[in-house]
Write a protein that binds this ligand. Sequence first.
Ligand SMILES: *Cc1c(COP(=O)(O)O)cnc(C)c1O
Length: 436
Amino acid sequence: MEFISTRGVSTPVPLRDAVFQGLASDGGLFMPLTLPSFDVDTLTGMQGESWPELAFRVLGAFLEGSLADKTVTALVGETLNFPVPLVQLSERIHVLELFHGPTLAFKDVGARFMASLLAHYRDPEGPTMTVLTATSGDTGGAVAKALHGLENVRVVVLFPDGRVTPRQERQFSTLGGNVLALAVKGDFDDCQRLAKEAFRADRGTGAKTGSLTSANSINVARFLPQTTYFFKAWRDFEACRSNRTRILFSVPSGNFGNLAAGMTAKAAGMPGASFLAATNANDVVPEYLHTGVFSPRPSVTTVSTAMDVGNPSNLDRILHLYGKDMDSLAQDLVGQRVTDEETLSCIRRTYRDTGYVLDPHTAVGLAALEKRMEPRSDQTGIVLATAHPAKFAGVVEPAIGTEMPIPPELAGCLEGKRQVTPIEPRLEALQEILEA
Ligand SMILES: *Cc1c(COP(=O)(O)O)cnc(C)c1O
């Protein structure tokens, strides 16, 4: 399998290059040259398979010719090794819990897989590889945790100072060792821009490919494994048994990697699925779907901080899947913006009515779904639960009016020593630190 750019200018590259380059040389995002096509019989055949088994099949097909089967099995086995249960919330609404990984966020899926793949490719005798990661909160923890302690690898986390929760910050700032946490005076868009600039500059100097690599959600190694839980949820719902069942996946979105993965799963054969792009006030994509005008702008701060993205990168992948055919895209995807008030009231109401505690991001997904599900139809809604509520106790506890227990995955790092270096949002400031 080779990987092409969504901009279609660069020549196709093998997986290894796509992973180390992060961004294609024409500035586009990498996508598989061709998509596998799973037929309903194959998907039905996945009945009873565990998530890793199913993920091996799915990723094996996406990565055919790029990695040996036994490598894919090993990568999947050591990274996708936590449960992703589907929990019923009401008659027609289910929650796909993606937050049972080591850092309690769905980003564990892509970040752990990518980290293991980097470790697989790494030359233990070669120069130190720096993995540069801009984070709106959860990526940093997931990537840092996955690469912590690995020889010849350095992890640099760029996060917007004061805009990630204290518990999120603890997850990457207490590891120490080969993990460096940089508090950028700016927002997530600044962090993302800095990472891109550093990356471009590194290439410009002819530095050895792979010395600096990005672990952001644009990386194809993070993107592809996320397709697997859509297949898993679809399978769990046994949609394959009835061609009348239609699933509306509500995806709480920021940089749109998660949603792009779901739509890629559909393009690779998952039938009967449509999608809801649920956003907070950073509603560039819902606006685009509604008006056809894409106008990226600086992000605004909300209670669902990991989704405060003003210029989402992965929309290009979605447009690529549809060959920019907006009419067919409109049949499969709608957008919905949710205000902070609606998010908080959704957390409060859901807790009161069902006892289920939502994190603010998942609440955006549920609130959007409640607005957009077809009334009295055979449509089922599945909300992707992207983080454990305990990571956002400052927002969730006042809304539900009670304290939550702290999961053991979090308790450990809350006690560790915080090590953070503040930096200005300028390339020179970052380069100075990278070269030190
Ligand atoms: C990153 C993140 C999102 C947004 O995911 P994208 O793939 O960037 O759209 C949503 N919720 C949480 C908790 C996140 O960490």
